[in-house]
Design a protein around this ligand. Structure first.
Ligand code: CP
Length: 301
C-alpha cells in the first residue's frame, strides 16, 4: 500500500517482509543515506513519547530530514485544520507524515486528500489502529518465540475496548496464524463489535494465563473511558493486574509485554514489569527498527 493506515488486510508475506527488514535494522544493518533529501514530519494531535521519538530516530537513521509538529504550540491553536496543516507542510516539501489523532479514521481521511507522492503513516487514531505498534509487538514475539506462530498461545489482557494497540495486535496475530489467541478483561472493557472474533474470551485472569507463551498487558485508558467502567483501580488490580504469583500460571518461559505507558501497580506490578520475563523495553527498541522498515518501504525510491 501507498500509506500504512492499518494492519487489517495486510497480507502475511508483506507483514513478514517488514519484520525481516526490521530485524536487519535491529542488528544495525542499514544505509544512513537511504532517505537522503526526503523530509518526514511527525504530526501528533495526541501525546506520545515512544512512537514520536522512535519515528524521529528511525527517519534520522535513514538520513531523512525530520520535522516535529506539536499541536499544542502550533497554529492549530488558532483554529487551523489538520488538513490545512498537512497542505502547508506539503508546500514546504514534506513527503512523509507520521500522524496521531484522537479521532477514529482521521488519518485515513487525511490520506484521501493529500498530493500524489505524499505518504502517511498512522501513528494511532482513536481506538482504531496503531499499526507500527502491532508490527513491533510481532517482531518482539518473533525474536523471543520464533517465526512460526502456529503453535503459540498469546494472551491479551485488559482494556481492549479502548485500545488501538489491541486491535492492531489482534489483526497481526491472526494474519500470522497464531495457534490460540486469548483475551481477558472485565466485560465492561471488552468490545462487542467483532474485534474479538476467533479469540477465547474470559474474565478470569488466573485461568486465562494457564500455559500461555506470551502475555500482552494493555494500559487502562482512563482518558478514553466513561465514568464507572471500572469499579476502582484497586479492584481492577485485584482482578486483572499481572503479579509475579499470577505469572507462574503461564509457561515457564513466557514473555510479558506492554505497549507503554505503564500504569504501574494497576495493570502490572513493578516486579513483573521490571522482571526477567519482561520484554517491555525490547519492544521499545524494536519500535525504532520497525519504523525504519516502514519508512523505507513507503518512502525509498
Ligand atoms: N506505545 C505507545 O504508542 O506509546 P506512546 O503513546 O508514548 O507513543
Amino acid at each position: 500500500p501507498r500509506h500504512l493506515l492499518t494492519l487489517d488486510g495486510l497480507p502475511r508475506d508483506a507483514l513478514n517482509a517488514l519484520l525481516v527488514r526490521a530485524q536487519a535494522f535491529a542488528e544495525g544493518h542499514y544505509d544512513r543515506r537511504a532517505l537522503d533529501g526526503i523530509a518526514v514530519c511527525t504530526l501528533f494531535f495526541e501525546p506520545s513519547t515512544r512512537t514520536r521519538m522512535s519515528f524521529t530516530l528511525a527517519a534520522q537513521r535513514l538520513g531523512a530530514d525530520t520535522l516535529n509538529f506539536d499541536a499544542s504550540t502550533s497554529s492549530t491553536r488558532k483554529g487551523e485544520t489538520a488538513l490545512d496543516t498537512v497542505k502547508n507542510l506539503e508546500a514546504m516539501g514534506v513527503r512523509g507524515f507520521v500522524v496521531r489523532h484522537q479521532e477514529d479514521g482521521a488519518v485515513a481521511a487525511l490520506a484521501s486528500q493529500v498530493n500524489d507522492g505524499t505518504v502517511l503513516v498512522n501513528a494511532g487514531d482513536g481506538r482504531s489502529a496503531h499499526p507500527t505498534q502491532g508490527l513491533l509487538d510481532m517482531l518482539t514475539l518473533r525474536q523471543a518465540k520464533g517465526a512460526d506462530f502456529s503453535t503459540r498461545k498469546v494472551l491479551i489482557v485488559g482494556d481492549v475496548k479502548h485500545s488501538r494497540v489491541a486491535r492492531s495486535d489482534l489483526q497481526a496475530l491472526r494474519t500470522l496464524g497464531t495457534g490460540e489467541i486469548r483475551v481477558c478483561g472485565p466485560a465492561s472493557l471488552l468490545p462487542q463489535d467483532g474485534t474479538l472474533q476467533g479469540c477465547t474470551v474470559s474474565d478470569d485472569l488466573d485461568a486465562a494465563l494457564e500455559g500461555v507463551d506470551a502475555v500482552m498487558m494493555l494500559r487502562l485508558q482512563r482518558e478514553r473511558m466513561e465514568e464507572g467502567l471500572v469499579a476502582s483501580l484497586d479492584d481492577y488490580h485485584r482482578d486483572f493486574g499481572l503479579t509475579a504469583t499470577r505469572l507462574t500460571r503461564a509457561a515457564p518461559d513466557a514473555i510479558v509485554m506492554h505497549p507503554g505507558p505503564i500504569n504501574r501497580g494497576v495493570e502490572i506490578t513493578d516486579e513483573v514489569a521490571d522482571g526477567p520475563q519482561s520484554l517491555i523495553l525490547r519492544q521499545v527498541s524494536n519500535g525504532v527498527a520497525v519504523r525504519m522498515a516502514v519508512l523505507e518501504a513507503l518512502l525509498k525510491g
